[in-house]
Design a protein around this ligand. Structure first.
Ligand code: SAH
Ligand code: SF4
Ligand code: F3S
Length: 472
């Protein structure tokens, strides 16, 4: 994870991470290992955490065995996400037994729930630190080395880590959190409780960061927030569409993506801005959750199926080739068979390029937690399988229509399973694999490197992956 020399060196050279710091600490430093679960915001938070710890003199390692400090950045979105962390902690107990002075900490969205159980009752971890308290990490880790347990889980109304340079070590794509928290309070969702109130970063700092990232060798950014549509820099009177325009203009060759949009406030202005700029990717993740208005209301989603479809109409009108993905929850309390059929029907009608599909999972503190979880596990499983099967068929059909077309692909690196192939993504966020070199029979070798934009003719397609070859 940390062995991507292209970026490390170019990032340091550009001054993004001071070279002197790296050099000074490399030998003497204690080593930090961070393992990240959950959404992209957590991924970016882990980079913020590494940035903070790096400034305090820590070196990074991608091997837990080498680490003096192990931090798990956790997710609480569904029960199975939490189960994964509990399993992982069982393993970490062995590490701790082997090395008495190892410090183990829990970060992120499970922090609030973990403190009692893990620090007080079971004594497994030394630190529990919530998403708004990462500045306290160096101090608390230091104390933990002295045997003092640390808990810091207060949520803030203002913390945005604006002045912290995230330590980015992966690839040519960078994530930039433009806001934190969420005020939507969907009745199933724990995020407003784990991450607190919504707050936005200053627009000019995000634009500056984009420019610095370009200079450091990054070729794609993704602006992140749980609901980016409600981004607002009040002082600068900048909404999300304005911010998107400003970043697209500031670095015209940077590929720009964003996630996640909420259908309630997906404005015309935002859609028009996307259509206007070539470097804003034509891909939207727009979670619908359900095809039934009654269920949407019970979820407090604040839109109807009609409104959602009308937004899609506008998107397709201005950007006919725009790809679309979604999130679906099956088995929300009281969801009937008929309402499940409505979701299936809506997905057939819209024909999403992709979907993240989940069984409803009750979360403490949410409104839905007080409702009876009355759709049985068997029915949830069956409904989930039905939407997955249908979605895979649709995605395969959509991707098959791309066979023979030429797509612009950003070269992201070597394939994980097959190092003779490059991997990259299309403007529409579709994953593409293609060989390193063009056919030598016609005398051509491809002189492209990670970060290049290449034309790839698609030769094969499945529901998740495209395969192709580079053309001139
Ligand atoms: N902010 C994004 C979603 C963040 S969570 C949005 O509003 O669209 C990602 C997805 O997890 C959600 O869209 C939802 O489909 C799913 N999810 C959230 N809470 C859940 C729960 N309690 N049970 C099952 N799925 C859930
Ligand atoms: Fe959760 Fe809803 Fe906020 Fe998304 S918009 S993070 S689903 S509360
Ligand atoms: Fe999980 Fe927290 Fe993200 S609950 S999905 S890591 S905001």
């Amino acid at each position: 994870m940390f062995d991507l020399p292209v970026l490390n060196s170019s990032a340091s050279e550009s001054g993004l991470y001071p070279v002197s710091d790296v050099a000074n600490h490399v030998n003497a430093a204690r080593k930090l290992y961070v393992e990240t679960y959950g959404c992209l915001m957590n991924t970016n938070d882990s980079e913020i955490v590494k940035g903070i710890m790096h400034t305090s003199g820590y070196a990074m390692t991608d091997k837990p065995d080498d680490a003096d400090v192990i931090l798990l950045n956790t997710c609480a979105i569904r029960d199975n996400a939490e189960k994964k962390i509990h399993e992982r902690l069982k393993h970490l107990k062995f590490y701790k037994r082997r090395r008495g002075d190892l410090v183990v900490g829990i970060l992120g969205c499970m922090a609030e729930r973990m403190r009692e159980e893990l620090v007080v009752q079971k004594n497994i971890v030394d630190l529990v630190i919530g998403p708004d308290e990462y500045r306290a990490l160096p101090d608390l880790v230091e104390k933990a080395f002295g045997g003092e347990k640390g808990i810091a889980v207060k949520l803030s109304r203002v913390e945005t880590y604006d002045d912290i340079e995230p330590l980015r070590t992966e690839g040519i794509s960078a994530w930039i959190s433009i806001m934190r928290g969420c005020d939507k309070f969907c009745t199933f969702c724990v995020v407003p409780f784990t991450r607190g109130r919504e707050r936005s970063r200053a627009a000019h700092l995000i634009v500056d960061e984009t420019k610095r990232l370009w200079d450091a060798g990054f070729r794609e950014i993704t602006l992140l927030g749980q609901n980016v549509n409600s981004y607002e820099d009040e002082a600068a009177r900048t909404d999300f569409a304005d911010l998107l325009r400003a970043t697209a203009r500031a670095v015209p060759e940077m590929r720009i993506r964003y996630t996640t949009s909420h259908p309630y406030d997906m404005s015309d202005k935002l859609i028009e801005t996307m259509a206007e700029f070539d470097n804003i990717c034509k891909y939207i993740h727009l979670p619908v959750q359900s095809g039934s208005d009654r269920v949407l209301e019970a979820m407090n989603r604040n839109y109807t199926v009609e409104h959602y479809k009308e937004r899609l109409h506008k998107i397709k009108e201005l950007m006919p080739g725009c790809a679309l993905t979604t999130d679906i929850i099956v088995g929300f309390p009281t969801e009937t068979e008929e309402e499940h059929q409505m979701t299936l029907e809506l997905m057939r009608e819209i024909r999403y390029d992709g979907a993240f599909m989940f069984k409803y999972s009750p979360r403490e503190r949410t409104k839905a937690w007080k409702m009876e979880d009355d759709v049985s596990e068997d029915v949830k499983t069956r409904r989930l399988n039905e939407i997955i099967e249908q979605q895979q068929r649709i995605a395969t059909e959509i991707n098959q229509t791309l066979v023979g077309t030429v797509e612009k692909v950003l070269v992201e690196g070597e394939g994980r399973r097959d190092a003779t192939k490059w991997k990259g993504r299309t403007d529409t966020n579709k994953f593409v694999m293609f060989p390193h070199l063009t056919d030598e029979a016609n005398g051509q070798t491809a002189g492209y490197v990670v970060g290049d934009m290449v034309n790839v003719r698609i030769t094969k397609a499945t529901s998740m992956t495209l395969v192709g070859e580079v053309v001139a």
